[in-house]
Design a protein around this ligand. Structure first.
Ligand code: F6R
Length: 365
């Protein structure tokens, strides 16, 4: 069932343009260019005091990007934690808040265990899941299905980008309901979302270049990923993806944290992957990149054509992603870090679909 693809992971990476297109269709009436939510909501976005998100691993990182969107576009305060910490923390929850659980499988033990605590503490329950018959889905008042088809590769790819797309759409629904976004704001953001499937297809065309860059990454023992704003969780996801399938030790950092410790690691042996598409924060991230360069670090810059032209000279290698609205840039950048991890792992001879020590669904604590 892998078709022409060598691994399920690669097939699933290539399914992303269609998968995100289906998600956008669940929230946007393309003809009218307006929001049209297909899932009946069991709560009112306008009345929520807070959104509390729990999830694990890559699903947690999707939620971490979502926090930037909900706070910015809906002025909705968001707390997010990994479910294994949340479930034992007993955090105080404001009544009538929304608790959201993000899970591809809908069966992850820690995520599932966090749910009853929220239900018992006066929260509405919503979930973003791929498996619609799953336990988490059954226990939720509102279910936002990813419908990206079975994800066989242990490393999550299309579930991640469909989770992101779902959260992006929901942040606009929330922003509209809460009176934060004007009609014109929503129109521009909807247009950005409508462009997403095409942008991901375009991003995939960088694969040969990325495979070539991966050839050099195979020599590294350690790698550092940097990002700022909504690209910070993508840096964390880049590090997670690379370490779990290639076994190269990698860490993700908020670009601004560099000088608070990790810069001590930088020398000519460490590739530093800087995720900096053009947005209002690019200059800040680029100045962190300069600090890395000054210490001999080897930069792999993930950016767009404009970023490559302005800041490319400093980078040893550049991965050029399509020029998109900053709103959807984290989803586009996700494709670049997935392909980078995939090709590095394949060239190292690793079993990318079935990495050592990992299970697809973590149903024990
Ligand atoms: C990493 C990965 C894991 C899962 C995590 C949560 O590539 O796939 O980190 O994201 O185990 O799984 P779900 O989404 O099924 O709850």
């Amino acid at each position: 069932e892998k078709g022409p693809y060598r691994h399920f992971m690669l097939k699933e990476i290539h399914e992303q343009p269609d998968a995100v297109s289906r998600v956008v269709g669940q929230f946007i009436d393309r003809g009218a260019g307006t929001l049209a939510v297909h899932t009946p909501l069991s709560f009112d976005f306008a009345a929520l005091p807070r959104l509390t998100v729990s999830a694990c691993g890559t699903a947690y990182l999707a939620g971490a990007v979502g926090k930037y969107w909900f706070e910015r576009y809906a002025r909705l305060p968001v707390d997010i934690d990994v479910a294994s910490e949340f479930r034992y923390r007993q955090p105080p929850l404001e009544p009538n808040g929304l608790a959201m659980f993000i899970s591809q499988s809908g069966e992850t033990a820690d995520t599932l265990a966090a749910l009853p605590y929220c239900a018992d503490n006066g929260q509405h329950i919503a979930s973003v899941v791929n498996v619609e018959e799953s336990t988490i889905a059954r226990e939720s008042g509102s279910v936002f299905p990813l419908r990206c088809g079975p994800e066989i590769g242990v490393a999550s790819t299309k579930a991640f980008t469909t989770q992101l797309t779902t959260l992006a759409c929901l942040s606009l629904v929330a922003g509209r309901a809460r009176g934060v976004l004007s009609g014109a704001d929503v129109e521009a953001l909807i247009e950005a979302l409508n462009r997403l499937p095409g942008a991901l297809a375009e991003a995939l065309r960088a694969e040969p270049d990325i495979a070539e860059i991966a050839r050099r990454l195979t020599k590294a023992r350690n790698a550092l990923f940097l990002g700022r704003g909504s690209l910070f969780p993508i840096a964390l996801e880049g590090a997670l993806k690379l370490k779990e399938i290639s076994y190269i030790h990698s860490e993700g950092y908020a670009a601004g944290e560099l000088k608070h410790g990790p810069i001590a690691l930088v020398d000519e042996t460490i590739p530093v992957i800087v995720i900096a598409p053009s947005d209002e924060l690019t200059e800040k991230t680029i100045s962190n990149m300069q600090e890395v360069c000054a210490r001999g670090g080897r930069i792999i810059l993930i950016t767009d054509a404009q970023g490559a032209e302005t800041h490319g000279a400093m980078a040893a290698e550049i991965i050029v992603m399509p020029q998109v609205h900053p709103f959807i840039a984290p989803i586009v950048a996700a494709v670049a870090i997935q392909l980078l991890a995939y090709h590095t792992a394949v060239q190292l001879g690793a079993d990318v679909d079935q990495p050592r020590n990992l299970a697809k669904s973590v149903t024990v604590e």
